[in-house]
Design a protein around this ligand. Structure first.
Ligand SMILES: [Mn+2]
Length: 198
């Protein structure tokens, strides 16, 4: 199997970000976005997705708030993941995962069909999220899904504590990525009758 591992970077007037991602990893991460809560969430994605991630936000205009950092990390992570997947030969392609965390229950459903679409149902508030917010988390998921070229439906079925809700979303996202990107040894083709998932 070809290595599904990449180093990538993005430099704009707003942020400079460097990333190394290995989707056949062990869940090890070293993530430094400057936003501790965001690092905490991305490390959940890595750990539960068995995706190794080294990510450094080298420069940013975070003095303006965290919007550009969160958006550009979502963009670079999504694009890098898409590059690792390549034409998708052998991948499982779809998956879903329910994730409880105390009073919270979250579901993610994903399909790597070559098109980006994101929808969230249910509510994430803005309190108890450190320097993140519910709307930034939603924006991250939206940007990531578009650039990773997957359909992602996130549903907050139960939940009161925003930290729990956010953490359950990222853990569950890690799990659906792991499942959908797992190579099925019986599949020696692109998983589409169309012949392409682009
Ligand atoms: Mn936590």
């Amino acid at each position: 199997m070809t290595k599904r591992k990449i180093t990538n970077s993005r430099k704009t007037n707003e942020t400079t970000i460097e990333i190394l991602i290995n989707i056949d990893g062990n869940g090890n991460s070293n993530i430094n976005t400057g936003n501790e809560m965001f690092d905490h969430m991305l490390s959940q994605l890595s750990k539960h997705g068995l995706i190794d991630i080294e990510l450094d936000v080298v420069n940013s205009d975070s003095g303006l708030g965290w919007h550009h950092v969160v958006e550009d990390v979502g963009l670079l992570l999504g694009q890098s993941l898409s590059k690792c997947i390549g034409d998708g030969t052998g991948i499982t392609r779809t998956s879903h995962a329910y994730l409880p965390l105390d009073e919270t229950l979250v579901r993610n459903v994903i399909d790597f069909g070559g098109r980006g679409y994101f929808k969230i149902s249910g509510y994430i508030g803005d309190s108890d999220l450190g320097e993140l917010s519910g709307s930034l988390i939603t924006h991250f998921l939206e940007t990531f899904s578009r650039e990773a070229k997957c359909n992602l439906f996130t549903t907050v079925l139960e939940g009161v504590n925003n930290h729990h809700i956010s953490e359950a979303i990222f853990k569950s996202l890690g799990i659906v990525l792991k499942l959908a990107l797992t190579i099925d040894p019986r599949r020696n083709s692109i998983p589409s009758t169309k012949g392409t998932i682009s």
